[in-house]
Design a protein around this ligand. Structure first.
Ligand SMILES: Nc1ncnc2c1ncn2[C@@H]1O[C@H](COP(=O)(O)OP(=O)(O)O)[C@@H](O)[C@H]1O
Ligand SMILES: [Mg+2]
Length: 240
């Protein structure tokens, strides 16, 4: 049975979808069967990051509303993918998405639910279907405070295992000293750190240039280490 992770943050633009794509690819490279589900209703982007935007015919909303079977909405690849609905319908609830996932989860080791920003309906749908959460933040007060709110809300919804990912971390000393340090991010969110992903220029421009960071790129290395930790391997947390 799959472990189901919501990837959430509070604020938008901190890298939830990038983290979802990066970790999904690395877990797949480790031989795991991975399904990534875009839960950002109306603002989907994970199809672009997984390079299957041209293949989307059905989304999970079609499954919830009985327009197609769960399996038909899955786009197969190294990482399997289900797109987010284009608009919200009242039938979209944690139970209805959960029922779709129940039909297909046996085929996977990990399912990642890429949540929308905020702690509203879309977040509650993703969190309500998940056993665990990865809370993504950048190292600044505004995003960390929002991330702390998302972690609290996840706990209230019954998610007991929530881990923090600090994304776009700056190692250049002149920039680093203007940001929160790792301990401050951990203290404010009261959430255990699972990894730090550095700011990666190639990643920042990837959707425009079409260039992906190679396997030795700093972000890919970080995603690889987090993926290993998710599988239970003891890997030192480093920020480089
Ligand atoms: N580690 C990183 N280094 C550089 N740019 C990043 C990094 N993570 C994400 N980005 C960029 O930040 C932008 C927002 O990322 P995205 O994953 O869409 O955020 P969210 O899903 O939280 O709204 C994208 O342009 C993405 O390429
Ligand atoms: Mg996103």
């Amino acid at each position: 049975m799959a472990e189901i992770y919501a990837v959430a943050s509070g604020k938008g633009g901190v890298g939830k979808s990038t983290v979802t794509a990066g970790l999904s690819k690395e877990l797949s490279a480790l031989g795991k069967r991975v399904l990534a589900v875009d839960c950002d209703i109306g603002l989907r982007s994970l199809d672009l990051l997984l390079h299957c935007d041209g293949q989307v015919v059905f989304d999970w909303g079609d499954c919830v509303c009985g327009r197609c079977a769960a399996q038909r909405a899955v786009i197969s690849g190294d990482v399997d993918f289900i797109a987010a609905p284009r608009s919200f319908e009242p039938a979209f609830t944690p139970d209805s998405l959960g029922a779709v996932l129940d039909e297909i989860s046996a085929g996977y080791d990990y399912i990642f639910l890429d949540a929308p920003a905020g702690i509203g309906t879309g977040f509650r749908i993703a969190a309500g279907c998940a056993d665990k959460m990865l809370a993504v933040t950048t190292a600044d007060n505004i995003c960390v405070r929002s991330c702390a709110a998302a972690c609290s809300e996840a706990e209230r919804l019954g998610i007991k295992d929530c881990r923090l990912i600090i994304n776009m971390f700056e190692i250049r000393p002149a920039v680093k000293k203007k940001l929160l340090n790792l301990d401050e991010c951990i203290d404010e969110t009261q959430t255990q750190l699972i990894g730090v992903v550095p700011f990666d220029r190639v990643l920042a421009f990837a959707s425009v240039t079409g260039l992906e960071p190679d396997e030795f790129g700093p972000s890919v290395q970080a995603f690889h280490r987090i993926a290993e930790r998710i599988t239970g391997k003891k890997v030192e947390i480093i920020c480089e």
